[in-house]
Ligand binder design. Structure first.
Ligand code: ATP
Length: 261
């Protein structure tokens, strides 16, 4: 079953056509990477799926049309980590992560012991327990990125949308965050859709990939099918070599221009 399904999705911003009829089918419990050069429309697609941008066409999450869901119901289904989250500098890490529980709160809006335990668990899973009382304004870029992910995990939604989740992270934390998401995918059936500029990382973690160029899908399939030297040269204008990692997944290397002069 598809946890997320998009058909003929069109988004127009400022009278410019940004998404031009995008189709996407993401199987429940799978990891889907949305790739493409700068400005291709990747973030726009995630924003349409999470319901914060108006679109034409169909988007269903868990069999429900997102456009028809109230914000709270939507937030119980989909958690979203934006590329550049705006964080209130004066809020503590613990307070911010607890906000992930908002869609689960009852009429009075008071967090229960369970809500606090879930938020604490998310902090721990992202190595942030020691930062609980720290103000967000005093965190490094990578720490803030992990805090935003912790808030999304605290939301306990079945679908997780990640817009460039590793940009500010060092190598160890990139691996830690992606491994954690992958573990949640396999143990708790989480469905993941992420944009990733690092094509080798996308190839390592994603089951399926969609290559978006100028608001339209130009390829989709497994990493081996999508990430060919020719296609990367054509759509990214990049000289690359594609190797096999020994386990059937491509590794993409940029190749320096060695022409004299
Ligand atoms: N509010 C807006 N009004 C007009 N154009 C917009 C608006 N928001 C985004 N765009 C344009 O839509 C296009 C797609 O933007 P989007 O952020 O979805 O691309 P992206 O593939 O995520 O890019 P990147 O890899 O650089 O993050 C870009 O050309 C961008 O300039």
């Amino acid at each position: 079953m598809s946890a997320v399904k998009a058909a003929g999705v069109r988004v127009t911003l400022d009278r410019k056509s940004i998404l031009r009829g995008v189709d996407l089918a993401v199987a429940s419990g799978s990891w889907h990477a949305v790739l493409g050069p700068n400005g291709a429309g990747k973030s726009t697609l995630l924003k349409a799926i999470v319901g914060i941008l108006p679109y034409q066409g169909e988007i269903q999450v868990g069999g429900e049309a997102v456009a028809k869901l109230a914000a709270k119901a939507r937030a119980r289904l989909i958690a979203y980590v934006p590329q550049q989250p705006q964080l209130p500098a004066d809020m503590t890490v613990a307070e911010y992560v607890l906000l992930g529980r908002t869609p689960h709160l009852g009429y009075l809006g008071v967090e229960s012991r369970t809500d606090r335990a879930v938020a604490d668990g998310a902090l721990e899973r992202l190595d942030l327990a020691g930062f609980a009382g720290r103000r967000l304004g005093a965190m490094s870029g990578g720490e803030r990125q992990r805090v935003v992910l912790a808030r999304a995990l605290a939301q306990q939604a079945g679908v997780l949308l990640l817009d460039e989740p590793t940009t500010a992270l060092d190598l160890g934390h990139q691996q830690q965050v992606l491994d954690l998401v992958d573990e949640l995918r396999s143990t708790e059936g989480l469905t993941v859709i992420s944009t990733l500029h690092d094509l080798s990382l996308a190839a390592q973690y994603a089951d399926d990939l969609t290559l978006l160029v100028d608001g339209a899908v130009v390829a989709h399939g497994t990493a081996r099918e999508v990430l060919t030297e020719q296609r990367i040269a054509e759509h990214y204008g990049a000289r690359v070599r594609v190797f096999d990692d020994g386990a059937g997944r491509p590794v993409i290397h940029l190749v320096r221009d060695r022409r004299p002069g």
